[in-house]
Design a protein around this ligand. Structure first.
Ligand SMILES: Nc1ncnc2c1ncn2[C@@H]1O[C@H](COP(=O)(O)OP(=O)(O)OP(=O)(O)O)[C@@H](O)[C@H]1O
Ligand SMILES: [Mg+2]
Length: 323
């Protein structure tokens, strides 16, 4: 298997997508592009509009306004060609439980032109089910069924694979297996993969780029590496163990050291911006000591998590607003 170079042409291109359901505008001017060779994470709290966007992209829901193209085919004007380049799992994939994984794929293969026996074997290999292909699907674990769903979705060699919350309900081992398969399909087979989730921690492990959607609007699209380094360089919280926290806080009042908070009589918490952190720490230490307060220890509170950054970015929204 050779590494596929990332092409410049987007595989999925969504431009100015608007969607109203009932009398509510669910999607507001959504723009995004995904490319061959990458896993794109579509991240947002419950009710943000992930499933709606995905349903439109895979042709299950009409688009009101805007344009979508897949592998260069316009979804409105060239619906069939666009969908021929798309594979997806939106709801849980359905299979005949009394047939084997292999037999299920053979039946499904008839929907498409030119899916050969070799291709069926190839996709079973790609999702790590070759050895279990002859077992009845009724005996498959949820993780195996999800992988068979991926096999089914890529049978016809689509350029784009779209999965709505594919790891829902999977245990850590099942999640990792699926994650590794998706990465391989993107990085080695050159698919453009879109995966939705409401968990930043999951996106962090699986995705090359992440787009954050909140209340139907794209807030940010960024490579995951940049998101992580931005999270780290934001600020850190340091805890100062001192003899008199109130007095130390008063001394630090004039320093441009970020927010100072007294935790208890002898602990002070200071939020220090990422830039020039050492210089600021040195200045704080000196000020405390010169002000005649004893300084016993300085320690850094645990790292800010990417999850916190996501929650800040979405203002802690989501969860409740269904309907
Ligand atoms: N048929 C419908 N009629 C009216 N509103 C709808 C309809 N389907 C979805 N919605 C609303 O559209 C919004 C976006 O829903 P969507 O399912 O796309 O969110 P989501 O990001 O996938 O959320 P989740 O993380 O819960 O899956 C929600 O507020 C939902 O209630
Ligand atoms: Mg959803």
């Amino acid at each position: 298997m050779e590494t596929v170079m990332q092409e410049k042409q987007p595989v999925l291109q969504i431009s100015h997508l608007n969607k109203t359901l009932g009398n509510r505008q669910i999607l507001k001017d959504v723009n995004l592009e995904t490319y061959s060779g990458e896993v794109f994470g579509f991240l947002g709290p419950n009710g943000a509009g992930k499933t709606t966007t995905i349903k439109i992209a895979v042709g299950l829901l009409s688009l009101d306004e805007g344009d979508i193209s897949i592998a260069g085919y316009d979804l409105r004007r060239n619906f069939e060609q666009a969908l021929e380049k798309t594979g997806g799992i939106v709801e849980n994939p359905e299979f005949y439980p009394y047939l084997s994984g292999y037999e299920n794929l053979r039946i499904y293969a008839r929907v498409h032109e030119n899916v050969t026996e070799e291709r069926i074997k190839e996709v079973l290999e790609l999702v790590g089910l070759s050895l279990r292909a002859k077992e009845k699907v009724g005996r498959y674990s949820l993780g195996m069924r999800q992988r068979l769903g991926v096999a089914q979705a890529i049978l016809h060699r689509p350029r784009l694979l779209v999965l709505d919350e594919p790891t829902n309900g999977l245990d850590p081992a099942g999640t990792k297996a699926l994650r590794d398969i998706l990465k391989r399909l993107a990085h080695e087979e050159g698919l453009s993969i879109v995966v939705s989730s409401h968990l930043m921690s999951e996106m962090e492990m699986m995705c090359d780029r992440v787009g954050i959607i909140v209340e139907g609007e794209i807030r940010k699209i960024q490579p995951i590496e940049e998101m992580i380094s931005a999270a780290k360089s934001g600020y850190e919280i340091y805890v100062f163990h001192v003899s008199d926290a109130a007095k130390a806080a008063a001394l630090l009042g004039d320093l441009p050291a970020g927010t100072v908070a007294v935790a208890d009589a002898d602990h002070l918490e200071v939020q220090i911006p990422g830039a020039e952190q050492e210089a600021t720490l040195a200045k704080i230490n000196k000020t405390i000591l010169q002000g005649d307060v004893n300084l016993y220890t300085v320690s850094r509170k645990e790292d800010r998590k990417l999850e916190d950054v996501f929650i800040e970015m979405t203002n802690g929204q989501g969860g409740g607003q269904i309907g």
